[in-house]
Design a protein. Structure first.
Length: 251
């Protein structure tokens, strides 16, 4: 019996003109370096390939109070945090060689119970999940200037195809840059920096496939065939997505 709590449903926002090729196992990889260059458009992440720890600037103030007059004399009013940031990054040599194909992962937490009938339960996407997907589509349309929609992939076909391809892939982990203990734990952990992003981007629910070139990864990106990745995949408009149902039978 499948435990629906382990559900992972891969999705990808795709320009309408590339839907056909995407459904034919074509996967576009963009350069990791290039993703930083679209930050000026308010979409990219200037911290791609690195992990950043931030400290909130706080002013320390010391005063002397004179009780009789209720006056206060300020002795210091100084900002002690002049450079409140630490960062660690991939070496330039490897960063320039990395290509990234970005997908999203919907999990059981993205669904809520809609209705039950006998031993069958029907779930639908949560409103906040739909809002996040709308945001993803708007991001892509803003970046490309083209209309976009969604492709939903078959779980077993998608992951088995990536495994057979030999490419590296992992879930992106989102972190709070102001949480020093979390930052240090991730810094010293085994997760590559290209799979770590600040929690501002957690609405993306990103799953990344990584392709490493022998030399510099093409700035314009690269289309790659990953056999079987789009088997049983389906194209969905946003209106169709609102009506999608997850059905689970319980014995």
């Amino acid at each position: 019996m499948v435990d629906i709590r382990t559900l992972a449903l891969p999705i990808r926002v795709t320009e309408n003109k590339y839907v056909k090729s995407t459904l034919e196992d074509s996967v576009h990889f963009g350069s990791l370096e290039g993703y930083k260059n679209i930050e000026s458009q308010g979409i990219g992440d200037e911290d791609e390939g690195k992990i950043v720890g931030l400290f909130k600037k706080e002013k320390s103030k010391i005063t002397i109070r004179i009780p009789e007059s209720d006056k206060e004399i300020t002795l210091t009013d100084k900002d002690f945090m002049q450079d409140p940031q630490m960062e660690y990054r991939l070496k330039d040599g490897i960063e320039k060689r990395i290509g990234v194909a970005s997908f999203g992962l919907l999990t059981f937490r993205d669904f809520k119970l809609d209705r039950s009938f006998n031993n069958r339960k029907y779930f639908k996407l949560r409103k906040d999940t739909l809002d996040d997907i709308k945001r993803l589509i708007k991001d892509k349309e803003k970046l490309t200037g083209n209309k976009c929609n969604l492709i939903i992939f078959s779980n077993p076909d998608f992951f088995s195809s990536i495994k057979k391809s030999g490419y590296e892939a992992d879930i992106v982990q989102y972190y709070d840059p102001y949480n020093l203990s979390q930052f240090l734990k991730l810094k010293n952990g085994n997760k590559a920096y290209c799979y770590l992003k600040k929690d501002y981007f957690k609405y993306q629910r990103e799953y990344r496939i990584i392709k490493i070139a022998k030399d510099k990864f093409p700035q314009e990106g690269q289309n790659v065939k990953i056999k079987g990745i789009s088997k049983r995949a389906s194209f969905f408009s946003l209106d169709q997505l609102k009506t999608i149902q997850l059905i689970a039978d319980f014995n």
